[in-house]
Every structure is written in C-alpha cells, then in structure tokens.
Design a protein around this ligand. Structure first.
Ligand SMILES: CC(C)(COP(=O)(O)OP(=O)(O)OC[C@H]1O[C@@H](n2cnc3c(N)ncnc32)[C@H](O)[C@@H]1OP(=O)(O)O)[C@@H](O)C(=O)NCCC(=O)NCCS
Length: 195
C-alpha cells in the first residue's frame, strides 16, 4: 500500500449541513466542480461571471496539475464537492525550484470550502499536511494574497508564518497562458511539520 492509499486522517467532519467526507480527488471530480472552485479567490464579489471558455480552460488546467503530480483532496457532502485543496509534493524538491527551501517542503494550494467557519478549511489543511508528511517531507508552504484576511487568519491559527512578501512565481505557460503561482501582493507562509 502506498501513502496515497492510506485513508486521510480527517476522513469526516461534522457541519450544520451534514457530514463532509474527505478523499483524494479523481480526474472526473474536476468535471463536476461548481463555479465556486473554478473562479479566482481574488475576484471582487461583483466581478462578471467567467465565460464558459475560461471555465473549460480552468478545468483543463486543474486536470493538468493532477496529471503532472499534484495530489488533490475533495470534501463531499450529499454527493456535491464542497471543499478542495491541491498539494504539490514535487516542485520544491526540484533543483530549479523558484523558492529555495532548506528542507523538503510540500506546497498547499487553492484551499477552498463553500461551507464557511465550520472547520472544513482546517480539516482540508490538516489532511493536506498529513499527505506532505506521509510523502517524507517536513514542511508546508502556502501562498496567500495579502488582502485575504480570512485565509491568512486560518493559516496563522494553524501555525504558519509569513516568510516572503510580494514574491512572484510563474508556472510554465499552460495552453499559451501565463499562470502565476504567486503574484504581488502575495505572501508566502511556511510551517514546520516536524517537532
Ligand atoms: C479561507 C477558507 C478556506 C476558510 O475555510 P473555513 O472552512 O471557513 O475555515 P475554518 O472554519 O476551518 O476556520 C479556520 C480558522 O480560519 C479563520 N477564519 C476563517 N474564516 C474567517 C473569517 N471569515 N474571518 C476571520 N477569520 C476566519 C479563523 O481563525 C478560523 O478559526 P475559528 O473559526 O476557530 O476562529 C474559506 O473561507 C474559503 O474557501 N475562502 C475562499 C477561497 C480562499 O480564499 N482560499 C484561500 C486561498 S489562499
């Protein structure tokens, strides 16, 4: 059994809407993601709805992330995806990684829960950290927009500290589009997962 087949430590989390069950995502999950998971977390509330073309591009990009080694976790409630996070276990271990880390580090990305303030985000984070540790890595990295107060509060509460401010990291172009992992006003936070 490899570490990805081991059940997640928080397999279930009780909310006022019902029990959210967590498991690793499959490629087919991407096709049933609701709009909440396909938009950017930096869009203002009144931003125009994204085009079908953009949504399809985003779905293809998410599948590309999983196909190129990222692991994703979904939270399911009543057969709907209500929470998701991606974990990149490979990038910081590459000699050409844009951020040089002094210890094996996993990147947690795109943390999102549509049920708010009921501990689902924390459960996602906990499961993502467990995957990083099971992969033999010892630290976690998360980028957050400086303006995203609620996300930063959650990461601070979980023990993350801001180490880099205003960092820019560009991923390889995808279908001709530039994709930023981090762009100003980003902050990059780290947490040691070993004592
Ligand atoms: C950020 C997000 C994942 C938090 O998920 P959540 O399920 O609401 O988080 P939790 O209930 O587990 O809360 C954990 C902690 O985060 C902080 N937090 C969460 N929402 C908050 C808010 N609206 N205001 C202030 N702090 C907040 C609190 O410290 C909270 O602990 P507490 O409730 O015991 O005080 C969710 O709001 C979300 O999906 N936001 C949109 C996408 C996004 O911005 N993702 C982050 C990308 S970096």
């Amino acid at each position: 059994m490899n570490f990805l087949e081991t059940p997640l430590p928080v397999a279930e989390h009780k909310t006022s809407k019902g029990i959210v069950k967590f498991r690793l995502a499959e490629l087919s999950d991407i096709d049933r993601l609701s709009l909440a998971f396909l938009g950017s977390d930096s869009e203002p509330e009144d931003a125009p709805a994204p085009s079908e073309e953009f949504l399809d591009l985003t779905r293809r990009f998410f599948k590309h992330l999983i196909n190129s080694g990222s692991v994703a976790i979904v939270g399911i409630l009543d057969d709907e995806i209500v929470a998701m996070v991606y974990v990149d276990l490979l990038e910081r271990q590459k000699p050409k990684s844009r951020i040089k880390v002094d210890r094996p580090t996993g990147i947690i990305e795109r943390v999102r829960s549509v049920i708010e303030r009921e501990g689902v985000g924390q459960a996602l984070l906990y499961n993502a950290e467990a995957l990083i540790v099971r992969a033999g890595l010892v630290a976690a990295e998360i980028g957050v927009k400086a303006t995203n107060e609620r996300a930063r509060k959650m990461y601070e509460k979980a023990g993350y500290q801001v180490i880099l401010n205003g960092h820019i990291e560009l991923l390889p172009d995808f279908e001709g589009y530039s994709i930023f992992r981090y762009e100003p006003p980003s902050q990059v936070m780290f947490k040691s997962l070993v004592s």
